[in-house]
Ligand binder design. Structure first.
Ligand code: UD1
Ligand code: UDP
Length: 360
């Protein structure tokens, strides 16, 4: 029997964990205890994913959202440690690169509980990003590192991590995209709700700290999107952080259609139906590729380098006009024959490896 404690807290982690939890549910000899740190807490940033993706209700919700990074991460560390001491799991799973990831990994490793990092090895090489610090530290204290790409393996080798700890299984977000795209076709009514039948539209999201925490940069992005949306409708499900900042900076737009954050099934439907994606999200850059859409990434570097190298994704830096970049990239056809992210069975491969290593 393996007892797993899964630690999640932010929107993309719910989506990643959904794929693993589904495999665990069908596996003998594994029990899963879920800790939700509370990092994301609005209904449409958290609860909706548990409901529609059938993720088991968390056994613990620590209620730690908001606040500065140190305070948030430190509070999580203290509370997670208490749970781990009570639960005594065989191992702990953490996902990605949020503060919940780092807090979970630190709490476990200090109790000498093996840390399993899913989506390991990604690097932007930009240490100003909180996510880069979180992922580097987590990788270096993990016992098993499940990586989505070849580039991730190379990054880990370059940092001196033992190859015996690395497993190239593909991207679990690809598993999710394949599984939920069929459900979206049947269950999503978002195209009708937003009157998008036969409408050419762009799907956009913005939430990253380096974009939202600079008034100049967020204004520049919103002005560029507003200009593009004179001719082509832009649908922008707005992250609460961005909503707050637009209000704080008094940024005015005329043409962008802002909507509340969506559940995953509606989001997948929009991704499949749009003509292009403009985003600073890590997950959505890949989903653009999974659904065959060109993507502009509102950052000057990315962890998903293979998408840029293969001409599916265009990085935006402030010295380029967003409107010009959009005009140059909108008509691209995406070559889906590239198999960067595995076969869509990453979750099954991960659970097999866990059973092989930890089942007694
Ligand atoms: C976090 C992650 C980021 C990830 C993103 C996914 C870190 C350092 N950042 O960024 O890597 O890409 O999640 O979306 O862990 N808020 C609400 N309601 C919510 C959640 C957040 O109002 O349900 C507001 C709060 O004011 C909060 C702010 O958004 O302070 C930022 O939330 P936080 O979780 O700290 O960072 P994200 O920008 O969401
Ligand atoms: N997503 C969603 N609804 C939204 C916006 C995003 O379901 O309104 C999904 C998206 O499809 C992707 C994940 O959330 O699977 C990405 O999360 P986010 O952009 O918040 O974080 P990142 O991937 O940048 O860490």
């Amino acid at each position: 029997m393996i007892k797993i404690v899964t630690i999640i807290g932010a929107r993309p982690q719910f989506i990643k964990a959904a794929t693993i939890s589904r495999v665990i549910k069908n596996a003998d000899d594994i029990v899963e205890i879920i800790i939700h740190t509370g990092q994301h807490y609005d209904n449409n940033m958290s609860h909706v994913f548990f409901e529609e993706m059938e993720i088991p209700t968390p056994n613990y919700n620590l209620g730690i959202g908001g606040g500065n990074h140190g305070h948030q991460t430190g509070s999580m560390l203290i509370s997670i440690e208490n749970v781990l001491v009570t639960e005594e799991p065989t191992l702990v799973i953490v996902y990605g690169d949020t503060n919940s990831t780092l807090a979970g990994a630190l709490a476990a490793t200090k109790l000498q509980i093996p840390v399993i990092h899913i989506e390991a090895g990604l690097r932007s090489f930009n240490r100003n990003m909180p996510e880069e610090i979180n992922r580097v530290l987590t990788d270096h204290i993990s016992e098993m590192l499940f990586t989505p790409t070849d580039a991730a393996i190379e990054n880990l080798k370059n940092e001196g991590i033992y190859e015996s700890k690395m497993y190239r299984v593909g991207d679990i977000m690809y598993d999710a995209a394949l599984f939920y795209k069929e459900k979206a076709k049947i269950n999503s009514e978002i195209i009708k709700t937003l009157n998008l039948e036969n409408v050419d539209f762009i799907l956009a999201t913005v939430h990253r700290a380096e974009n939202t925490d600079s008034k100049e940069r967020l204004t520049s992005i919103m002005k560029g999107l507003d200009e593009i949306s004179i001719k082509t409708k832009i649908i922008l499900p707005i992250h609460p952080r961005t909503k707050q900042k637009i209000k704080e900076y008094k940024i005015k737009t005329k043409n962008i259609t802002f909507i509340d954050p969506l559940g995953y099934i509606d989001m997948v439907m929009l991704e499949m139906s749009c003509k292009m994606i403009i985003t600073d999200s890590g997950g959505i850059q890949k989903e653009a590729f999974f659904h065959g859409k060109p993507c502009i990434t509102l950052r000057s570097e990315t962890e998903w380098v293979e998408l840029v190298e293969s001409g599916c994704n265009f990085l935006w830096a402030e010295d380029i006009s967003l409107v010009d970049l959009y005009n140059a990239s909108k008509a691209l056809n995406i070559d889906l024959s590239n198999n960067f992210y595995g076969s869509g069975n990453a979750a099954a491969l991960i659970v097999d490896q866990l059973l092989e290593k930890y089942k007694v």
